[in-house]
Design a protein. Structure first.
Ligand code: E4P
Length: 218
């Protein structure tokens, strides 16, 4: 399973990349706004930190403008994946950009039918939002299971399921058990994945015993 980082904070991406935990990055207009930086500048910096896909989202809502924004964004770096919303104009843009060889991430997916349409439009990635469904008392992980089942029924579909809106480690583990190709995780969730109380207490006990030996390795 590939891990994308869901942030526009360059320092976070850099430190996670140094630990080998970044296979790509996803951003959205809210994350860019939170960074307080110019979008083109921050996307260029992120693209230099990882060879993996870096999602940069269009903000136009009409087809012609979306396509123009997508073509602009893909010029920032070869690893830009243009992110488009799951609307009719978004799917049309997806189809046009995919035909031009551009990576496209179709975002804001909340139903299996929407995911099927994105695949038909040639999406590289479909981003179903599990956390936001859970927030409205709907089983987000069931959506992932349904999309994977549908895509596997049609082996010609090459669209990868990019599990988004992940809020905690259990979302990730469940998505991995289902075999989703990619998950995008906020940096805080990636750090939560590392933690286990038995790791902490086990390490403390090893180090206490080691100190008693009076030795040092170097
Ligand atoms: C995905 O590409 C989105 O940026 C993200 O996962 C949305 O997550 P949220 O629902 O926590 O905002």
């Amino acid at each position: 399973m590939r891990f994308f980082v869901d942030t526009a904070e360059v320092s976070e991406i850099r430190s996670l990349a140094e630990a080998g935990l970044v296979d790509g990055v996803t951003t959205n207009p809210s994350l860019i706004a939170k960074s307080g930086r110019k979008m083109a500048e921050v996307i260029a910096e992120i693209c230099a930190l990882t060879p993996g896909p870096v999602s940069a989202e269009v903000t136009a809502t009409e087809y012609d403008d979306m396509l123009a924004e997508g073509r602009y964004l893909r010029e920032i770096a070869p690893n830009v994946a243009v992110k488009v919303p799951l609307t009719e104009a978004g799917l049309r843009t997806c189809r046009a950009l995919s035909a031009e060889g551009t990576l496209v991430n179709v975002t804001l997916c909340f139903s299996p039918a929407q995911a099927l349409l994105a695949a038909k439009a040639g999406a590289t990635f479909i981003s179903p939002f599990v956390g936001r469904l859970d927030d409205i008392a709907t089983d987000g992980m069931q959506l992932i299971a349904d999309i994977l089942k549908i895509y596997r029924n049609y082996p010609h579909i090459k669209t990868e399921v990019l599990v988004a809106s992940i809020r905690h480690p259990i979302h990730l583990v469940e998505a991995a058990k289902l075999g989703a190709e990619v998950a995008t995780l906020p940096p805080a969730v990636i750090r939560q994945l590392l933690k286990h109380p038995l790791t902490d207490s086990g390490l403390a006990a090893f180090l206490a015993d080691w100190r008693k030996t009076g030795q040092s390795i170097l």
